[in-house]
Design a protein around this ligand. Structure first.
Ligand code: ATP
Ligand code: MG
Length: 262
């Protein structure tokens, strides 16, 4: 039976889709079967990030409206053989789609996969609600910025009224140099404020934005962070990537200085 995990944030653009895709790819490399559902109906994004945009034949709305079976709409990733995506419908308002509709799609995949990731739209409106009801666990994504942390706090209070077994935190786009300088909110402060278990920390990685526009996953700086994230999710551990380590000490001060100048 698959673990059904929704990736949510409240605030948009903090990295939900990036995390779904990279964590999914890493888990699939470890041998787990992963399906990622893009439920941001009308605003397809996951297919672009994963470079499968041109291979879409059917989408999630076709499944819901009975034009195809779920397995016909799934796209297998060419690089990660255990990774599949169910694309969202492009240019569709999606107001008639209910949480129950999406839940039925999720249930139809439950016995075929180890993990089903639900990539939630930004905000806390209808799209958010229908994504949450399909999941039994939630990953709340934040960046180390006040607006993102406040929105995550709001999302967490809404999530408490849903029947979720676990809620985890991922802190994305962390700049170790700024944290050591005291110019960015520290990960520990975020954990203390939001009070949920940490699943992982992902550093700011220029490769992510550069490669994602080419439909390629991964990044040299964040590689280790994805592996730790996948291991933590699967094993229930909390081995967090230390973004600050290389910016400590004499050599670290030099690196911080160089980073400031470029
Ligand atoms: N760790 C990171 N380092 C550098 N860039 C990142 C990182 N994480 C995400 N990004 C970039 O941030 C942008 C937004 O990421 P993404 O689309 O994953 O956010 P989102 O939360 O899914 O957005 P939305 O709320 O619109 O669905 C993308 O350009 C992505 O490449
Ligand atoms: Mg997204």
């Amino acid at each position: 039976m698959a673990r059904r995990i929704v990736f949510t944030s409240g605030k948009g653009g903090v990295g939900k889709t990036t995390i779904c895709a990279n964590l999914g790819a890493t888990l699939s490399n470890l041998g787990f079967r992963v399906a990622i559902l893009d439920v941001d109906i009308g605003l397809n994004n996951l297919d672009v990030v994963m470079g499968v945009e041109q291979r879409i034949v059917f989408d999630i709305v076709d499944v819901i409206e009975g034009r195809c079976r779920t397995t016909q709409a799934l796209i297998q990733d060419k690089r990660y053989e255990n990774l599949y995506i169910l694309p969202s419908a492009h240019s569709y308002r999606g107001e008639e789609i209910t949480g129950e509709d999406i839940k039925n799609v999720v249930c139809s995949l439950e016995n075929t996969f180890d993990y089903i990731f639900i990539d939630c739209p930004a905000g806390v409106e209808q799209g958010f609600k229908r994504a949450i009801v399909c999941a039994n666990e939630a990953v709340v994504v934040v960046t180390p910025h006040i607006s993102s942390i406040r929105d995550a706090d709001k999302v967490l209070s809404i999530l408490s009224s849903y029947n979720l077994n676990e809620k985890y935190l991922v802190v994305n786009r962390v700049r170790g140099d700024l944290m050591v300088n005291g110019e960015m909110i520290d990960v520990d402060e975020i954990i203390n404020f939001l009070h949920i278990p940490i699943l992982g920390v992902v550093p700011e990685d220029d490769d992510i934005s550069a490669l994602s526009s080419l439909g390629v996953l991964g990044g040299s700086v964040s590689n280790r962070a994805w592996v730790l994230l996948a291991e933590n999710l699967h094993n229930g551990t909390q081995k967090v990537f230390d973004c600050k380590q290389k910016y400590k000490g004499v050599l670290g001060a030099l690196r911080r200085n160089i980073k400031r100048r470029i």
